[in-house]
Design a protein around this ligand. Structure first.
Ligand code: FE2
Length: 429
């Protein structure tokens, strides 16, 4: 049992590192150290930061080994240096950063061989290793977002996602009643997903698919960006100050729209989810459509609750980990798939593609669940709780399966749109 777990952990560490290598080897050294947007770190910062977190938690804390590079801890502490300032730091260069992460990984694999994966909460079922796997995969998604902001010739390529098996439109009624939100049993769930608790959700309708490019274009063409009626006061202020006129990376193309994706410009796909919209834009679209954004609890009930058994599933399709037939995850396709492309991933209520494709904005502020306990450190989630951040759910095409579950919670500022964010609508029944 423990040997199986060790092998599984090692394979997940290796899979994350292969993705990191792909994203950092795709560009030359000048591109690695360059800041492509003040919103993002230079890619070489992400690379060494991934290694530094791995060193802190697994080499020093779990392994009790001597530090590899204690002198660089401060440089790679995300709380000490905002992204905007990171290019001015005396960072490790590309070759040095690569050597550093390889040295740390060698030690970690040795620690893994000797660690007792039970007995204490930090190591129970490999949690600390799982946390580091997820951390690296989260940075891989961040690095993919940096690639999207980079200018120059395309360096990433992937096959197109599957087409829709059958079109998915309309909404479903989710009857009122309690369901189990969050988890107390998922081995690698993070502190903010815990504990499992009952939530009574009144009846509501939710869209079977995320809002598509075609639907969103109709909102723009109807003058949605020029009508303050659809916008919250904060949203309208942002729309004005930032001069928003459509999703980030969109441009007019005759009577339609084109978007630039990882350096390639093409017409937007009508029936694929809109991506790179802020919370404020999502909120305005929903108001224009006579709907609203779902709450986080509504989203999770639509995704996990099985009315036949009364229990909550790990994923919309069941308890099996995500496969390529279930969801568009893991940077296998570098764009969202059309509504209806993953019929095997449907939830018991008939809601499609809740996992993968685009992160979905919810109307809920990021807070701890009843009974929340910070673990293993306050800075993982708790310092972000409050009204400044909105919760996003479900993961995107850029999210790895190890960092995405039916309970997984992401959060960001409502103005953000460099992330792979979209949304679906709901309304009160
Ligand atoms: Fe980090």
């Amino acid at each position: 049992m423990t040997q199986d777990l060790r092998l599984a952990v090692a394979a997940e560490l290796e899979r994350a590192r292969a993705r990191t290598a792909l994203l950092t080897d795709a560009v030359d050294d000048a591109d690695l150290v360059r800041q492509h947007s003040p919103l993002m770190s230079p890619l070489v910062w992400d690379l060494a930061h991934v290694g530094n977190q791995e060193e802190l938690w697994l080499v020093r804390d779990v392994g009790g080994r001597e530090p590899v590079r204690r002198d660089i801890d401060e440089l790679y502490d995300a709380f000490k240096h905002p992204r905007r300032d990171r290019p001015t730091l005396p960072l490790l260069g590309p070759a040095e950063a690569r050597r550093y992460v390889a040295t740390v990984r060698d030690k970690v694999l040795d620690v893994l061989d000797h660690a007792r994966l039970e007995g204490q909460p930090l190591l129970d079922r490999g949690f600390a290793f799982g946390m580091i796997v997820q951390h690296e995969q989260q940075h891989d998604e961040t690095m993919l977002a940096t690639h999207q902001l980079r200018s120059g010739a395309p360096v990433l390529a992937a096959p197109a996602p599957p087409a829709a098996a059958a079109p998915v439109t309309g909404e479903v009624l989710i009857p009122g009643g309690p369901f189990t939100m969050g988890t107390s049993t998922e081995a690698w769930a993070l502190d903010n997903e815990r504990p499992a608790h009952q939530v009574d959700v009144p009846a509501f309708f939710i869209d079977r698919a995320a809002v598509t490019n075609g639907q969103y274009a109709a909102f723009i063409d109807a003058g949605g960006y020029d009508d303050p009626r659809w916008w919250s006061p904060a949203g309208w202020q942002r729309r004005q100050s930032a001069g928003l006129a459509g999703p980030r990376h969109w441009q007019r193309d005759g009577d339609g729209w084109a978007a630039t994706t990882f350096g390639r410009t093409a017409r937007v796909v009508e029936d694929a989810p809109v991506v790179h919209v802020s919370y404020y834009e999502a909120e305005a679209y929903a108001a224009w459509a006579g709907k609203r954004l779902p709450t986080e609890a509504e989203w999770e009930k639509a995704a996990r609750h099985d009315p036949a058994t009364g229990r909550s599933r790990r994923y919309p399709w069941g308890d099996d980990p995500p496969g390529s037939q279930h969801a568009n995850l893991g940077q296998q396709h570098l764009q969202p798939a059309a509504a209806g492309a993953y019929p095997e991933g449907v939830s018991p209520y008939g809601v499609h593609q809740l996992i993968g494709d685009v992160w979905e904005w919810t109307s809920t502020d990021f807070h701890g669940y009843p009974g929340f306990a910070a673990f293993p450190y306050r800075e993982y989630s708790e310092v972000f709780f409050g009204p400044d951040y909105k919760v996003l759910r479900g993961g995107s095409f850029g999210t790895d399966r190890s960092a995405c579950r039916g309970t997984f919670r992401n959060w960001d500022y409502p103005i953000r749109r460099q992330i792979f964010s979209g949304f679906r609508c709901a309304r009160t029944a």
